[in-house]
Structure formats: structure tokens, C-alpha cells
Ligand binder design. Structure first.
Ligand SMILES: NC(=O)c1ccc[n+]([C@@H]2O[C@H](COP(=O)([O-])OP(=O)(O)OC[C@H]3O[C@@H](n4cnc5c(N)ncnc54)[C@H](OP(=O)(O)O)[C@@H]3O)[C@@H](O)[C@H]2O)c1
Length: 279
């Protein structure tokens, strides 16, 4: 029979900010904490490293780009715990600024992992969320910068308070299409695939939070997105100014929001403060 023990899952947590989030959850979350990684060897090594610090994370394989892997973890959580209490969608990728990969490829691959695969994890795991569950989708302040470079008509669509998931998906598909035809800027988008993918994550979180707010069968499930800050990781080529533990502060704050808080809900949060789209 499934345990009713509380359980937290962090995607892409064998290194970087995700590893810092797992470390923080092990110290503060009342329940089991799963460090997940697409590469089992790297994930188990990361678990061992935290065990040397006296912490006790558990491991499960998860490649967010592999639907079988997502379904395996879902089945495991259902069987072992009968639900899920904290989900941190941290896994993500970014091409380096000096990448010579064609922009169309960068757009397709970056949106696939950061937007579409993150959405697939949400769609698979959301039915498991118990009342008072917390979801943190790791976005980035680059979303704000990219938004400021979008056309007025795109800005209006992105910040439409009534935007539906189908409309958000259409926007992301539109970006992929104009990237393919090399007409990104003519169509009002910034030529910045990573930041556009993080606009997607931010708006996705807003839409999901609204849906949960209307679900009286599972009260007090909260979804937010956040920026961890500029963090020294492989992604930032270790140019970031924050340590991974400093980068974990805002994601941890959102993952551990106490029961029945009024805010933040469906917000984008940076340095524990709600940020709005700027023109
Ligand atoms: N660093 C910053 O300054 C910064 C700023 C703003 C936002 N962020 C966001 O913070 C999050 C963490 O970034 P980071 O800087 O810690 O990057 P990182 O050091 O490159 O770590 C990224 C993690 O995501 C994992 N990952 C990538 N694709 C995956 C997949 N398909 N399935 C499962 N895991 C996958 C990586 O696994 P592998 O080891 O197997 O590659 C790795 O564990 C990302 O969403 C990033 O966009 C970072």
C-alpha cells in the first residue's frame, strides 16, 4: 500500500541549481526528497555527495525528454506515495552565446526541452498533486528582457490575463516556425531562443495556477515560476555571481510556501519578490 509520507521531486538535479535545491529541501522539507537525473550514474554520484554531507536524498531516473521515463517515475510515485507534494521543474538547457548551431535548430531544441518537455512533466505529474502541493517552474529574468523586445501585438498576447494553454502553445509554435523561415525579427520576436522558452515557462505557470485555483477538489495547490538569479553553473560557464545554494533560495521559498498563503500564486518571482512584465 502507498505511504502517505510527503514527497518532493526536483528535475535535472544531478548538478547546478537543481542540486542546490535538493540540498536545501533535504534540510527543510518534511518528507522524502528525490534527486532526479537523466543519467543514472551522475544522479547516484550526486546523491552520494549529499550523503557525505549527512543529508539523505533518494534517487530516481528522470529524462524529461523521454515519455517512458516520465511515466516510470509517475507510476513509482503513485505506487510508493499515492501522490506528490513538491515538484520543482528545474531541468533546462541553453546554447552557448558562441554556438555555431543554426538558429532554427537552437530554437527547436531549446523550446523542446525548456517548454514542451517541462509541460509534459506537468501534464503527467499534476494528477498526482495533493492538496497544498507546491510547484516551482524555473524560468529566468531573460524572459523579462525578451518580452521588452517583442512587438506590441506579441506583448499583448503574452500578458493577456485570459490566455489559454492552447494560445500559449500556438505562440511557441509560431516562434519555432519563424525561426525555421529565418523571419524571427520581422515577426516581432527577439532572436533569443532560450529567453523565449522561459517566457513560455512563465506564462505556462500562470495558466496552470489559475486552473488549480478553480479546482475545489484539490485545494491550495500553488504553481509559480521564478528566476534563481545569475548562478555559477555549467550553463552560465561559471560566470554567474551566485553559488548554487544562493540560486536555490527563491525556488526553495516557493517550494516551501506554507499552507493557505494568499500570495504568490501564478506569479513570476525573483529574489523572493513578485515581478511583472515591463514594457
Ligand atoms: N545558471 C543561471 O545563471 C540561471 C539563470 C536563470 C535560470 N536558470 C535556469 O535554472 C535551471 C538550472 O540551470 P543550471 O544553471 O543549474 O544549469 P546546469 O548546471 O546546466 O544544469 C542543468 C540540469 O538540467 C539537466 N537536464 C537537461 N536536460 C534534461 C533532460 N532532458 N532531462 C532531465 N534533466 C535534464 C542537466 O542534466 P545533465 O547533467 O545530464 O546535462 C542538469 O542536471 C535551468 O532551468 C536554467 O534555465 C539558470
Amino acid at each position: 500500500m502507498a505511504s502517505t509520507r510527503r514527497v518532493a521531486v526536483v528535475t535535472g538535479s544531478n548538478k547546478g541549481i537543481g542540486f542546490g535545491i535538493v540540498r536545501g529541501l533535504c534540510k527543510t522539507f518534511n518528507g522524502d526528497v528525490y534527486l532526479t537525473a537523466r543519467n543514472e550514474g551522475l544522479g547516484r554520484k550526486a546523491v552520494e555527495d549529499l550523503k557525505k554531507e549527512g543529508l539523505n536524498p533518494l534517487f530516481h531516473q528522470l529524462d524529461i525528454s523521454d515519455s517512458t521515463s516520465i511515466q516510470n517515475l509517475k507510476a513509482f510515485l503513485q505506487k510508493q506515495y499515492g501522490g506528490l507534494d513538491v515538484l520543482v521543474n528545474n531541468a533546462g538547457i541553453a546554447y552557448k552565446g558562441n554556438s555555431t548551431a543554426p538558429f532554427a535548430e537552437q530554437a527547436e531544441v531549446t523550446l523542446k526541452v525548456n517548454f514542451w518537455d517541462t509541460l509534459a512533466v506537468c501534464e503527467a505529474f499534476y494528477p498526482l498533486l495533493r492538496p497544498h502541493a507546491r510547484v516551482v517552474n524555473v524560468s529566468s529574468l531573460t524572459s523579462t528582457m525578451a518580452f521588452s523586445r517583442c512587438s506590441d501585438s506579441l506583448k499583448a498576447k503574452i500578458k493577456n490575463p485570459n490566455i489559454a494553454m492552447t494560445q500559449l502553445k500556438d505562440l511557441m509554435r509560431e516562434f519555432e516556425a519563424v525561426a525555421k523561415s529565418d523571419t524571427v525579427e520581422e515577426n516581432g520576436w527577439p532572436k533569443w531562443a532560450y529567453a523565449v522558452s522561459k517566457i513560455g515557462v512563465r506564462v505556462m505557470s500562470y495558466i496552470q495556477a489559475k486552473a488549480f485555483a478553480h479546482d475545489s477538489s484539490r485545494p491550495d495547490i500553488i504553481v509559480n515560476s521564478c528566476c534563481p538569479g545569475y548562478v555559477s553553473t555549467d550553463m552560465s560557464s561559471h560566470k554567474g555571481t551566485k553559488t548554487i545554494d544562493e540560486g536555490a533560495v527563491t525556488p526553495l521559498y516557493l517550494a516551501l510556501l506554507p499552507p493557505n498563503v494568499e500570495s504568490p500564486k501564478g506569479e513570476f518571482v525573483s529574489e523572493k519578490v513578485v515581478e511583472h512584465w515591463q514594457n
